[in-house]
Design a protein around this ligand. Structure first.
Ligand code: ADP
Length: 262
């Protein structure tokens, strides 16, 4: 190839995608995918054209969360492009559409990154105001190459209130800083539990840790989302809470966060 060919560090051309927001977390299971879905839907409700990319190559969960377990991408009329499935007015691409849900993905880093680049580049996203990217947990190769090759507008870091999860979030934050990705701020997920019967509030995983950490790290605290059965059921059954209860308190909490990153 000519000059620059094969150089893995060139930024990808994202065509008509105006901004890219990555949703990251220090470790798995803190609600990063749930947050990605609900933020994407909130942004769409605010009138933006939104796409959702599942970059969690090793544990894709967006097809299930968006009610698209059996959906498949199709060939686009545009040369070499694929048309992504869509749900609730959002275009979604995930490696989960191509592989069997029961089969583990055993690719090494470079292969996973190659797959991710293809999903980004070969998808017919059309015009998008924002592409929300659900990142894999942690700070490995994929996160690093994404930061280097994709012009990320900003990153949102999801954390639970416990100290351990927060320590991991700090690591993630430092990595973004090293590669000059702007940080929108921190979200505390599973922040508290309010009994639906008596209204009593319990701080199951402690509370306020993410706010404190955000202050210490000098990044904005974007908001807190409680631990709630409706959020879990919505995510696991492919009926996100933003769709089933758009005016509820939780949807408003997501909308507030979405306004800060739009
Ligand atoms: P991650 O992407 O960080 O691995 P997920 O978004 O897959 O995490 O969430 C892990 C599990 O926790 C899922 O079953 C999801 O439904 C549930 N969950 C996430 N956030 C909440 C919340 N605020 N309240 C209740 N359950 C939640």
């Amino acid at each position: 190839g000519g000059p620059g060919a094969g150089g893995g560090q060139r930024p990808l051309d994202l065509g008509a995608i105006r901004s890219v927001v990555t949703v990251a977390s220090g470790k798995g299971g803190v609600g990063k995918s749930t947050t990605s879905v609900n933020l994407a839907l909130s942004l769409a409700r605010q009138g933006l054209k939104v796409g959702l990319l599942d970059a969690d190559i090793y544990g894709p969960s967006l097809p299930r969360m968006m009610g698209l377990r059996t959906a498949k991408p199709t060939h686009s009329s545009k040369e070499g492009k694929i048309t992504p499935p869509s749900a609730f007015g959002i275009k979604i691409m995930s490696i989960g559409f191509m592989i069997d849900e029961e089969q583990p993905v055993i690719w090494r880093g470079p292969m996973a990154m190659g797959a991710l680049e293809q999903l980004l580049r070969d998808t017919d996203w059309g015009e998008l105001d924002v592409l929300v990217v659900d990142m894999p947990p942690g700070t490995g190769d994929i996160q690093l190459s994404m930061a280097q090759r994709v012009p990320v507008t900003g990153a949102v870091i999801v954390s639970t209130p416990q100290d351990v999860a927060l320590l991991d979030a700090r690591k993630g934050l430092n990595m973004f800083r090293k590669v000059n990705v702007p940080i929108f701020g921190l979200i505390e997920n599973m922040s508290y539990y309010q009994c639906p019967n008596c209204g009593h509030v319990d701080h199951v995983f402690d509370h306020g840790g993410a706010h404190k950490a955000a202050d210490e790290l000098g990044v904005p605290f974007l908001g807190e989302i409680p631990l709630d059965l409706k959020i879990r059921l919505g995510a696991d059954e492919g009926k996100p809470i933003i769709e089933t209860d758009p005016d509820g308190a939780h949807s408003q909490a997501y909308a507030n966060i979405a306004r800060q990153i739009a």
